[in-house]
Unconditional design. Structure first.
Length: 393
């Protein structure tokens, strides 16, 4: 493909990643979608600080607007290496994000199958601070016209302004390759009973993207992602007061050091003491005290004899996102939010699979297409019965 076509594909697959606290935007960066499900590859430091997640929620710009995501890897991902002269583990500054729900239209780029070589031409992309949108949002939108100044309104304003950052693409060349061979990596600390061997690399690219571009894709001429932008290189200045200066070189990490995780997406760790999870429903119930004991970002996966698998992810101090999946296909058939101690589930009607669920209102079955109408007539929230595959109001 020619360079114009390549840049169009790269732009369509490049995403803004936003880390959100209780009432403010904590960090922003870049990511890239790598499959038709909307899986995003990004830099770990965009999400994490001092081996802990920066905020309570992760939002990603998609073809369908801003969407909630969850990380698949911890902040302390590192591999022990047996190279002579190395005294510590190799820290991997990458992470993979999965959407909390099903996306219908996803522009994405494939991953390269091999390590790149010196001299290969590449395209880098990201929402860096090197260039700004020349017509600022506050010049044509009155952001102060929002009613009230509650935390959610302030956050909405921040995210709105952030969406006007401009995507920057640059052409570069692989100028240095440091190949990394990792043999018999033990995955048990990640809850996976297996070991693997990995070949990845650090790349030096003869151009760079500044802050905000971290996590952006580096793409070869075949339209394949070879790695992710980590940081800008620095060089010695000879001045003891300012010993290091930014250089016009980008540090990029090969995707191979984490993309192997995609093969284990079907792996599910048992939920432990919590079984038959039905927030706000009948039977076994996850209680507010159970949520209190969960760490931020932790996902509890439960699967009983029914056709429904439930994934409860703690996204805030008093907030849980519950994804219901068809146990056979793995597809999300319903997405809901639950605030323990504050009523039933708040169901996202756009995620309900009408071929999977039955709607029951006051004991009577109704068409699932009538969910919103029925939900607006009650303030009790919804409960989900996985055994009968019914949504009850």
């Amino acid at each position: 493909m020619n360079r114009t076509e390549l840049c169009k594909k790269v732009r369509e697959a490049t995403r803004q990643v936003m880390v959100v606290g209780e009432d403010k935007l904590l960090a922003t960066g870049t990511g890239v979608t790598i499959d038709s499900r909307g899986t995003v590859l990004t830099a770990g430091h965009v999400l994490c600080d001092d081996e802990e997640f920066r905020g309570e929620r992760i939002l990603v710009s998609t073809d369908e607007g801003v969407f909630p995501y969850e990380p698949l890897l911890s902040c302390d991902l590192a591999f022990e290496m047996d190279y002579q002269g190395l005294s510590g583990p190799l820290e991997v500054d990458l992470n993979i994000l999965r959407p909390l729900g099903q996306l219908s239209e996803v522009s994405h780029l494939p991953l390269s199958s091999s390590v790149s070589e010196v001299g290969e031409e590449v395209i880098m992309a990201g929402f860096s601070d090197e260039i700004v949108f020349q017509v600022h949002p506050d010049q044509f939108v009155d952001l102060d016209a929002f009613e009230g100044e509650d935390p959610r309104t302030r956050l909405d304003k921040e995210i709105f302004s952030e969406r006007f950052k401009v995507e920057m693409l640059k052409r570069g060349m692989v100028g240095n390759v440091q190949v990394l061979h990792l043999n018999n990596v033990d995955l048990r600390r990640m809850g996976i009973d297996d070991s693997i061997s990995i070949e990845g690399a650090y790349y030096g690219i003869d151009t760079h993207l500044t802050e905000g571009g971290s996590g952006g894709p580096v793409v070869n001429n075949d339209g394949e992602v070879i790695g992710i932008v980590l940081k800008r290189s620095k060089t010695e200045s000879g001045n003891r007061l300012v010993p290091l200066l930014p250089a016009d070189t980008g540090v990029v990490l090969s995707h191979h050091l984490v993309s192997w995780v995609l093969e284990y997406l079907s792996f599910e760790q048992e939920a432990g003491p919590v079984h038959g999870l039905k927030p706000g429903g009948e039977g076994d119930t996850i209680l507010p005290k159970d949520v209190e004991s969960m760490s931020l970002g932790q996902t509890v996966v439960t699967k009983n004899d029914s056709q429904v698998k439930m994934e409860a992810t703690k996204t805030g101090p008093d907030e849980v996102i519950v994804a219901y999946r068809d146990s056979t296909t793995g597809e999300v058939v319903l997405l809901a939010q639950w605030e323990p101690g504050h009523g039933g589930l708040v169901v996202d009607p756009n995620t309900i699979d009408p071929s999977f669920w039955t709607l029951v209102v006051d004991g009577e079955e109704r068409p699932v297409t009538k969910f919103e109408e029925a939900a607006n007539s009650t303030d009790t929230g919804a409960s989900i019965d996985g055994d009968s595959r019914s949504i009850k109001l």
